[in-house]
Design a protein around this ligand. Structure first.
Ligand code: AGP
Length: 599
C-alpha cells in the first residue's frame, strides 16, 4: 500500500521526507517522490523503483524548502512510471494519495479540455483542486471543496504554491496521522513513519480533514465542523523497526514467535480461565459465527473453524473478504462476526465489516494495529500482541491470530456449556506450552535449510494436510508462492487423488504436514499414493514415519488440536529458506504490499 509523509519543518525537509519514506518501505512500493515549497515556489522530484533512485535524483537535482510532502506508490491506476509517481501536480497544487478515487473518470469528464500527464486517479484530485483555486477559492477552501466531490478511499496531503506554512490533510478509508513537534508539524500514514520526528500523534477520524501549520492543526469532521481529536503518545517499541541482527525482517519475525505468542496467549488468560481484557465477549446466544479475512488471516480463520465447531459446537462460516458481501450471505441478528487483519487496513476486509456492522449481534476484530480502521469500526478490537510486522509475508501475526482465535474458541466452549473448568484449564495449559514448543521447532532450521535448495529448483510444490492442517497446507503454499515466486498449491490430503495427483512426478516436492492425530494413518495412505508416482515427499510429523519418504522433519509432540500453531513454524522456514536460495526480495516480494488498502 502507498505511504504518505508531510513535514512543516525548521530545516530543509527533503532528507527528512526521504528518511520517513524509508520507514514506510515495508508497505511495498514501486515509485516515490517528494514536493516542497521554497519561498512560495512549489516543485517536485520523482523516481521509479526504490528510494535510492529518488535520493540519487535529489543529489543531482536538489529540492530546497522547509515545507514538503512525500509518497511511496504501490501502483493501482497506471503502471510504475515517473509520470504516474506522486506527488501529482496541477499548477499551484501538489497532492499525495493512498487509496482509490472511485469516481475519478466522472470527475475527469467535468474537467474537460484538461491535458492529463498520467493515468492516475490522483492527478484528478490535483487538477480539481487547481480548478477551484482558478475559480477564486483559497487553497483551504479549494481543498475542502475538492474533498466533497471525491468518492472512494483516500488519505491525502496537499501542498500549495505560495503557502510555506500549510499542509491540508484528509482521511477517508485510509489512515492518516498528524504529528506534533516543537515548532514543527508532521503528517504520516502511520506512527512508524513519524517515529524519529515525534511520538505525539492524532489519528484523523473517517471523513476528517485538517489544515496543518507550524502552529498546530485545525481539524474538521466530515460535516465541516471543528473537531477535537485525541492526541496520543505512541510507545517507542510500537515503532522500532530493525532486523535485530537477522538478514531479513521476515527471519527476525519468525524467531520472535515464541516471545510474541507467549505475550499474546497470556494477555487472554487469567488463572485457569480465558479473560478478554478489552471487554465483554459472549458466545452463549450466538447462533452462527462468521469469520472474514484475506490471505494468511483467512487461513487462520479456516483453522479456527475446526476449533469453534469441535470445542464449542458453534456453526462457523469462513469467508474470503473480497467474496463475502457479494454472495449476499444471510446474517441473523444472533450471529457474531469476527474480522481478522494484521494491518487492520485491508480494504476488502474493512468493506466486509461495514457490510455486516448493522446486521450481526456483535462485530469483533482481531488485529495487530490498535488504531487501525478495522479496529476502530468494530464493537471490540482484540489485539494479537505480535508487535510490528514488517515483512510482507505474514508470520508472527498468523501465529498470534491463531492464539487469539484459540482462546476465543475455548471461551465459547465454556460459555456454551461444552467444557467444564477442568477441561478449560487443560486446554489453556496446552496453549501455554506452545511458545516453548515453537522454540524447539525453530531449532530445526538447519535441517530445513539443507533441503530447500531442491524446492528452489522445482517448478511446482504441493502442500498436503488433513483436518485443521489443511488450512495450514494452504498457508504453507501461500508463504512459498509469495516470497519465492514458485508455484505452490495446498490441498486436503484426501483430495489429491481427485485430480491434482496428475501434477505429481519425480520433479514435484510434496510437503505433508501430519501431526500424530486421528487422521494420521489416512494421511500416510495419501502420502503413499504420492510416492507411488515418484513424488518427493517431505513429511513433517511428530510420529515415526514410514520409510521411502524423501525427507522427514521430526517435530516436537503436541496435542493435535493446536498443532496448526506449531506447524506454522516449519511451513514458514521452508518458504523463507527456499526464497533465500532463489535470491528473491524476501521482505518486499515483487508486486506485493504489506497491506492492500485497495479493493
Ligand atoms: C500474507 O503473507 C500476505 N502478505 C497477505 O495474504 C495478507 O495476509 C493479506 O493481505 C491480509 O492482510 P491483513 O492481515 O493485514 O488484512
Amino acid at each position: 500500500m502507498c505511504g504518505i509523509v508531510g513535514v512543516l519543518g525548521d530545516h530543509e525537509v527533503a532528507p527528512i521526507l526521504v528518511e520517513a519514506l524509508k520507514r514506510l518501505e515495508y508497505r511495498g512500493y514501486d515509485s516515490a517522490g517528494i514536493a516542497t515549497v521554497q519561498d512560495g515556489a512549489l516543485d517536485r522530484r520523482r523516481a521509479v523503483g526504490k528510494l535510492v533512485n529518488l535520493s540519487d535524483r535529489l543529489v543531482h537535482d536538489p529540492l530546497p524548502g522547509r515545507s514538503g510532502i512525500g509518497h511511496t506508490r504501490w501502483a493501482t491506476h497506471g503502471g510504475p512510471s515517473e509520470a504516474n509517481a506522486h506527488p501529482h501536480r496541477a499548477g499551484r497544487v501538489a497532492v499525495v494519495h493512498n487509496g482509490i478515487i472511485e469516481n475519478f473518470r466522472e470527475l475527469r469528464e467535468r474537467l474537460n479540455g484538461t491535458v492529463w500527464e498520467s493515468e492516475t486517479d490522483t492527478e484528478t484530485i490535483a487538477k480539481l483542486c487547481e480548478h477551484y483555486i482558478d475559480a477564486g477559492m483559497t487553497p483551504r477552501e479549494a481543498a475542502a471543496e475538492t474533498l466533497s466531490h471525491l468518492d472512494g478511499a483516500f488519505a491525502l496531503a496537499f501542498l500549495f504554491e505560495g503557502e510555506d506554512d500549510l499542509i491540508v490533510a484528509a482521511r477517508k478509508g485510509s489512515p492518516l496521522a498528524i504529528g506534533y513537534g516543537e515548532g514543527e508539524m508532521f503528517v504520516g500514514s502511520d506512527a512508524i513513519a513519524l517515529a524519529p520526528l515525534t511520538n505525539r500523534l492524532t489519528y484523523l477520524e473517517e471523513g476528517d480533514y485538517a489544515f496543518v501549520t507550524r502552529a498546530g492543526a485545525e481539524i474538521f469532521d466530515s460535516g465541516g465542523r471543528r473537531a477535537n481529536r485525541e492526541m496520543r503518545e505512541i510507545a517507542a517499541q510500537a515503532t522500532q523497526i530493525d532486523k535485530g541482527g537477522h538478514r531479513h525482517f521476515m527471519a527476525k519475525e519468525i524467531f520472535e514467535q515464541p516471545t510474541v505468542l507467549a505475550d499474546c496467549l497470556s494477555h487472554y488468560v487469567s488463572g485457569d480461565q480465558v479473560l478478554i481484557p478489552e471487554g465483554e465477549v459472549d458466545f452463549s446466544q450466538t447462533d452462527r459465527l462468521i469469520l472474514v479475512a484475506c490471505g494468511t488471516a483467512y487461513y487462520a480463520c479456516l483453522v479456527a473453524k475446526y476449533w469453534f465447531e469441535q470445542l464449542a459446537g458453534l456453526p462457523v462460516d469462513v469467508d474470503i473478504a473480497s467474496e463475502f458481501r457479494y454472495r449476499e450471505p444471510p446474517i441473523s441478528a444472533q450471529s457474531t462476526a469476527v474480522f481478522v487483519s494484521q494491518s487492520g487496513e485491508t480494504a476488502d476486509t474493512l468493506a466486509a465489516l461495514r457490510h455486516v456492522r448493522d446486521k450481526a449481534a456483535s462485530v469483533l476484530s482481531v488485529v495487530n494495529v490498535a488504531e487501525s480502521s478495522i479496529a476502530r469500526e468494530s464493537d471490540l478490537a482484540l489485539p494479537i500482541k505480535a508487535g510490528i510486522e514488517v515483512g510482507v509475508a505474514s508470520t508472527k501475526a498468523f501465529v498470534c491470530q491463531l492464539g487469539v482465535l484459540a482462546n476465543l474458541a475455548v471461551l465459547a466452549a465454556r460459555q456454551r456449556g461444552r467444557i467444564d473448568a477442568a477441561r478449560e484449564a487443560e486446554l489453556l495449559t496446552t496453549l501455554q506450552s506452545l511458545p516453548a514448543l515453537t522454540n524447539q521447532a525453530l531449532a530445526l532450521e538447519d535441517q530445513i535449510r539443507r533441503h530447500t535448495g531442491t524446492l528452489a529448483r522445482a517448478q511446482t510444490v504441493l502442500f498436503l494436510g488433513r483436518g485443521a492442517m489443511f488450512p495450514l497446507a494452504l498457508e504453507g503454499a501461500l508463504k512459498l508462492k509469495e516470497i519465492s515466486y514458485i508455484h505452490a498449491e495446498g490441498y486436503a490430503s484426501g483430495e489429491l487423488k481427485h485430480g491434482p495427483i496428475a501434477l505429481v512426478d519425480k520433479t514435484v516436492p510434496v510437503v505433508v504436514l501430519a501431526p500424530r492425530d486421528a487422521l494420521f494413518d489416512k494421511t500416510i495412505s495419501n502420502m503413499q499414493e504420492v510416492m507411488a508416482r515418484e513424488g518427493k515427499v517431505w513429511l513433517v510429523t511428530d510420529k515415526k514415519a514410514s520409510d521411502g519418504v524423501w525427507k522427514t522433519l521430526t517435530m516436537p509432540a503436541i496435542d493435535p488440536l493446536f498443532a496448526p500453531i506449531l506447524y506454522a513454524i516449519p511451513a514458514q522456514l521452508i518458504a523463507y529458506h527456499t526464497a533465500v536460495h532463489k535470491g528473491t526480495d524476501v521482505d518486499q516480494p515483487r508486486n506485493l504490499a504489506k497491506s492492500v488498502t485497495v479493493e
